[in-house]
Design a protein around this ligand. Structure first.
Ligand SMILES: CC(=O)SCCNC(=O)CCNC(=O)[C@H](O)C(C)(C)COP(=O)(O)OP(=O)(O)OC[C@H]1O[C@@H](n2cnc3c(N)ncnc32)[C@H](O)[C@@H]1OP(=O)(O)O
Length: 196
């Protein structure tokens, strides 16, 4: 497995890969000054380096992860910690990262390149777009939709049946009780738009 990114998020990803019995061949990073990350050699990205190896993007920022994903030729895989509880009846894309003690319930759909972070809960029939980050401890209730590139902050709660737009930030600890349009920052309880 190749890990792209040699920052804090990559430390957690390497830990999860090892916990799941995987092995890491190398790390790619755009900073040519970095030669070593943990026990792994670091190279600038090249489609010709380890082309048969699957890759995961260890980039926490959703927009940056999106930009990098567009220029990767390697095959993306999901990295899922063994403690995550994922029912059989879900649909999950590629390049996703599911951390320790996450729960994903029946009927949910997870897109591509999402981070479902430590202890987050994605309830039944939720639809999570691409490049979404559900931060630690956040709760996405039943039948909620979360648009592409949205960050649901740590410990936030999205009540059932609402639609969160694309490219939004939901503040840490917020409780969102209504639909949210695209491109806004929302926080508080009940959540209110603070920025467009
Ligand atoms: C492994 C990991 O660590 S994953 C980490 C995942 N990241 C997160 O969970 C962080 C999510 N980010 C936040 O919650 C941020 O506070 C944001 C994005 C909502 C707002 O950040 P900024 O845009 O910098 O706003 P700023 O700090 O200037 O605050 C603006 C106002 O919103 C309020 N506010 C900010 N965040 C919150 C919040 N989470 N809940 C309630 N109110 C908030 C501030 O008190 C301030 O109010 P005021 O104008 O009355 O003083």
């Amino acid at each position: 497995m190749i890990v792209y990114g040699a920052g804090g998020h990559a430390k957690v990803i390497c830990d999860v890969i090892n916990a799941d019995g995987g092995s890491i061949t190398a790390v790619f990073d755009d900073d040519v000054g970095i030669n070593q990350f943990l026990d792994y050699p670091v190279y600038p990205y090249s489609p010709n380096l380890f082309p048969e190896e699957p890759i995961v993007l260890a980039i926490g920022d959703n927009a940056t992860r999106g930009n990098i994903a567009r220029r990767i030729c390697h095959r993306f895989v999901n990295v899922i910690h063994p403690s995550a509880l994922i029912t059989n009846n879900i649909n999950i894309g590629a390049g996703n990262f599911v951390m320790h003690r996450v729960v994903i319930q029946a009927g949910s759909r997870i897109g591509n390149h999402c981070i479902i972070n430590t202890g987050a809960i994605v309830e039944h029939d939720a639809v999570i777009g691409d490049f979404v980050h559900i931060a630690p401890g956040a709760i996405v209730c039943g039948s909620v939709t979360v648009g592409d590139f949205t960050l649901v902050g740590a410990g936030a709660t999205l009540v059932p049946n609402i639609v969160i737009g694309k490219n939004c930030v939901i503040g840490a600890g917020s409780v969102i009780i209504r639909d949210i349009p695209d491109n806004v920052t929302v926080c508080g309880n009940p959540g209110r738009v603070i920025k467009h």
